[in-house]
Write a protein that binds this ligand. Structure first.
Ligand SMILES: C[S@@+](CC[C@H](N)C(=O)[O-])C[C@H]1O[C@@H](n2cnc3c(N)ncnc32)[C@H](O)[C@@H]1O
Length: 183
């Protein structure tokens, strides 16, 4: 097991508008433990520049080397990382909200998922297969309202096999980590 990263700065002070690690974050970490040995080169993106700064500070405090990229989804990663990613992780804004709330670059981007909570992740799905290496895996956090089985069916059409890897009830949310790999 890896230990919980040190993160008292997240969600406070200059990082008040950054998502504070919560049950979804920790469920994703549980799922990742199995693949942690595969994770050698780290890269991350965020639309919220404060979140990117906060990631730098978290990395410094936990002795990790990472360069966050401020971009929409993975736009800044192509073509350099095409077919290069062994472990791809997305904890998206998954909460069902009015569509008008989607598209923020601040704290609202942490949760506002629009219709069925799917508006941001649905834009990402067509890009997954072209990022993954031949043995790559993709982990995605969902809640029940996102229709996890429907997502597995949809990604099948992009040549990815998938399964519900781990689930947990967290208050009113039924959280699941879905795992995908190239068919
Ligand atoms: C649920 S939070 C997860 C934060 C953190 N990764 C974790 O697991 O605790 C969702 C994150 O996705 C970012 N985000 C939302 N829309 C995005 C987009 N279009 N491109 C890149 N990042 C986005 C948010 O700013 C926020 O930091």
């Amino acid at each position: 097991m890896f230990s919980t990263p040190y993160s008292p700065h997240v969600g406070h002070g200059e990082y008040a508008d950054v998502y504070d690690p919560a049950e979804d974050t920790f469920l994703l970490m549980d799922a990742l433990e199995k693949d942690v040995k595969e994770i050698r080169r780290l890269c991350c993106t965020d639309i919220n520049s404060l979140a990117a700064n906060c990631t730098l500070e978290s990395a410094r405090q936990n002795g990790v080397n990472i360069q966050p990229i401020i971009t929409d989804l993975v736009t800044g990663l192509f073509p350099r990382l095409q077919n290069q990613v062994d472990v791809l992780i997305f904890n998206p804004p998954y909460v069902v909200t009015p569509t008008e709330e989607v598209g923020s670059r601040g704290i609202k981007a942490s949760w506002a998922g629009g219709e069925r909570g799917r508006e941001v992740m649905d834009r990402f799905f067509p890009q997954v297969s072209s990022l993954l290496s031949s043995r790559g895996v993709f982990y995605l956090i969902t809640v029940q309202e996102n229709d996890p089985d429907g997502i597995i069916g949809l990604l099948n059409t992009f040549n990815l096999k998938g399964t519900v890897f781990i689930s947990r009830q967290a208050g009113r949310e039924r959280l699941s980590v879905l795992k995908f790999w190239k068919a």
